[in-house]
Design a protein around this ligand. Structure first.
Ligand code: PLP
Length: 409
């Protein structure tokens, strides 16, 4: 028999979204006349802004002229984009980094999924529960899961996030090598404040752990006191890697661009005692296995960090934020317990009357023709919740909420 990576055998299938799709399909077959509205989508609906499109066109034209044509680019990204990100995202908020600590990529999912290649095989991984599945699956694929039983991996440390702890994960009792944090959070829509992040940075320093900080939704933060970057916490550049993306913030889900910040101060010890810099390791990894984000996309991304795109994007962000506001208002009016939705496009709704996630999903689909995402699909602690997203259009969001009102009353 061919030798294969047996860890794949323990992976659960892409159960959540395929099961949602299956139930929606069955409903549509039974009710061909029904117009189903989805508050389940995790993709943006607003198009790229005009200034980004203009930059794209210009870069395309450059590629057609010998004097401005670009072939292979630097795997870690062009300096013009790294500088634009440094200035806009970090220096402007008092965070000092070098532009070459920023690695441009085709998205945060790839980076966050690939980065675990740098960890030891025996590294102990901690994740929040519920969780963005990429953190868990990518480590399980690499053999760090152990045995998969009852929806959990035996070697992974799970940190429940529920309303009881205000969706703020408790520090693990044991030492872990790596912890994944996501703020603003997908799926709960909640944020970690400065105190919570400081506790994690202190924990990581004390335990020689690494924080993998996913900030894909930072642009949704409305309160200036909430950190947008882990590097706003003093000393975080010794313990953390940060992942960002233009997907949700600039509508790049189809165009594809993200970036990882890997500080040069971050070191780790190999089994033989050699001290390695994660920055050097990541550069080596990317140069070997990655070809770089396309030039034209990097020019489009550069435009997204400058005016007039900033103003144009603010208007689109405002659409999602006002959708989230509408959702929270309706939940409050109906006496439903809802979390998140202020600094993120996700509302984490407690199902009424102790209904389980899938039963509430079925009820909402059956009686209202509205699709949500069952919370239990993101982890055991998501049971009894569903996720609603603000990514639909204002018209359809409003229509979905009117239907929700009718069935909850
Ligand atoms: C959408 C999302 C990302 C970004 O993904 P891309 O690969 O950049 O499109 C990263 N993390 C979380 C938690 C997300 O929801």
């Amino acid at each position: 028999m061919r030798s294969i990576n047996s860890a794949y055998a323990g992976l659960s299938g892409n159960y959540l979204f395929s099961e949602v799709a299956r139930r929606v399909r069955a409903y549509k077959e039974k009710h061909p006349e029904a117009d189903v509205i989805s508050l389940g989508i995790g993709d943006v609906s607003q198009p790229l802004v005009p200034a980004v499109i203009e930059a794209l066109h210009k870069a395309v034209d450059e590629m057609g002229r010998a004097e401005t044509f670009r072939g292979y680019g630097p795997e870690q990204g062009y300096a013009f984009l790294r500088e634009a990100i440094l200035k806009h995202d970090y220096l402007s908020r008092g965070v000092n980094l070098d532009a070459d600590e920023i690695f441009i990529s085709d998205g945060a999912k790839s980076d966050v999924g690939n980065f675990q290649e740098l960890f030891g095989e025996d590294a102990v991984i901690a994740l929040t529960d519920p969780v963005y599945p990429v953190y868990e699956d990518s480590n399980a694929m690499a053999g760090r899961g152990g045995v998969h039983e009852n929806g959990r991996w035996s070697r992974i440390v799970y940190l429940p996030c529920t309303k009881e702890n205000n969706f703020c994960p408790a520090l693990p009792e044991e030492r872990v090598d790596v912890v994944y944090l996501c703020s603003p959070n997908n799926p709960t829509g909640t944020v970690l404040d400065r105190d919570a992040l400081t506790r994690w940075v202190d924990y990581a320093k004390k335990n020689d752990s690494l924080i993998m900080f996913d900030a894909a939704y930072e642009s949704f933060i409305r309160d200036e006191s909430i950190p947008r970057s882990i590097f706003e916490i003093p000393g975080a550049d010794e313990v953390a890697v940060e992942f960002r993306s233009l997907s949700k913030t600039a509508g790049f889900t189809g165009l594809r661009c993200g970036y990882a910040v890997v500080p040069k101060k971050l070191t780790a010890r190999a089994a033989d005692g050699t001290v390695l810099h994660l920055h050097d390791m990541w550069l080596r990894r990317q140069c070997t296995k990655y070809n770089g984000c396309p030039y034209i996309v990097q020019r489009a991304a550069e435009a997204a960090f400058m005016e007039p795109a900033r103003t144009q994007m603010k208007a689109e962000l405002g659409i999602y934020q006002s959708n989230a506001d509408m959702m929270l208002k309706t939940c409050a009016k109906l006496g439903l317990e809802a979390f998140g939705g202020v600094h993120s496009p996700y509302v984490w709704l407690r199902t009424p009357g102790g209904t389980d996630s899938w039963a509430f999903f079925d009820m909402l689909l059956e009686n209202a023709g509205v699709v949500c995402t069952p919370g239990v699909g993101f982890g055991a602690s998501g049971e009894g919740y569903v996720r609603l997203t603000a990514f639909n259009t204002p018209e359809l969001t409003r229509a979905a909420l009117e239907r929700l009102e009718k069935v909850i009353k």
